[in-house]
Design a protein around this ligand. Sequence first.
Ligand code: NAD
Length: 472
Amino acid sequence: MYEVEQLIDGAWSPGGGDLTVRDPADGQPVSRVPVASPADVDAAVKGAREAAPAWARMAPADRGAALRRAADAVESAADRLAEAITAEMGKPLEGARASVDAGVGTLRQYAELGPLHRGAALAGGADTVDLMAHEPRGVVAVITPWNDPVAVSCGLLGAALVTGNTVVYKPSERTPATGWLLARLLNEYLPARVLSLLTGGGEVGAALAGHEVDVVAHVGSTAAGRSIAAACARTGAKALLENGGSDPLIVDENVDPQWAAEQVALGAFANSGQICVAVERVYAHRATAPQFLAALVQECHELRVGPGRDPRTDLGPLVDRRHRDHVHAQVTEAVSEGARLLCGGTVPEGPGAYYAPTVLADCTDEMAVMREETFGPVAPVMVVNSFDEALSRAADSPYGLAATVLTADWEHAQRAWRELPVGTVKVNAVFGGAPGGAAHPRRGSGQGFGYGPELLDEMTVVKVGHLAQPPH
Ligand code: NAD
């Protein structure tokens, strides 16, 4: 059992407390966690504020070196972190380990990029110095989700810290021990009070987001992101929001239906569908749809659902039963509205929060499973008559995170890239992309760059200097 501690004003609090996290594989208790009080939030922000000037004055190369050492420590503890991820949110161990490695890579990238994040000299007069320089914003609240807890946190923490901000970190209440282990490792290499850790649920996140911080960097649901944006409008803090999605995937005519099914199975079922850029709705061209659907159902039958600790497992459980209820409610509602269940869609007997990969055919635009984020292993499919129809239905969404198009037609690929109103368009590959790719999410999916070198810009403000000579 993890007895999670908070890090407030440079001191670790006693561990354990009010919240218990249960292993979604078997319901056994995994972590005991304190819930931060309003006084804890006050003290953490005050400590971070006081520590900010000295950390901001440290040479960027020294901050980068500290982050590099912290990344080495996280790498050495990767197995322990991966075990905590699997125990708290169910992800298969191998995938959990890969996501810790991704987090280590991100920390190292920011350790190198931070000192290179330079400003510009301006073309002023011969007797003046004119320049633009980045400065840290001050105190950054980093509020993170449970679905990829180490990788997502490492990005925001790395970029905020290396640019000279102090951080108050609030990991998800569903993966608090993972956040605590990560914070312990990082804190070893940072001056006191540069990093604080608060634990608890949305109410703690809301108290932090409404406090006197300079940036609230939130990765999580659209509903929480909207309430954070409102809090930031009141305090004047910058809101950086990477939120939910309902990513479409288009299966064009003339693509190999078996390959299309493999792409959809990967996009919709990896991490049991609990990925921000998971495939959430599929538009299949009428010419390809029958073979594609048959192949997709076959893919489902080949996937093994089980505990994340079992190396044979493809799909671990969902994060908890509350989330499974949400996923199952969308599936049963779609079926009651006329969708055809081709596989999955039932809640298994026994312990844990398992849910089989599910395929729904004959879906319509109005169904919640097509309009809202499901965040589960569900592939709802609508058959379309043309690429034009697929494109316009794919574009019609309250979200704007990412989209995938499977096509052999170069003109269709170009149109998809230009016309879809989302941050990222992927053609013929459901995941992947060049390192450093960072997009602006749109509409309900958030605002600002949450990734890549551009995140360093988000974490800093630019100051212009015009330094003239005094009169002789
Ligand atoms: P969530 O928003 O419920 O929780 C995320 C964090 O926000 C948690 O720490 C939580 O305690 C906190 N929180 C909740 N309500 C809050 C409020 N009112 N004010 C301040 N903080 C609050 O999201 P989740 O369920 O943990 O994560 C899943 C969601 O995250 C999905 O919607 C997924 O798409 C999204 N996500 C997005 C990205 C991205 O890059 N766009 C990446 C990963 C996950």
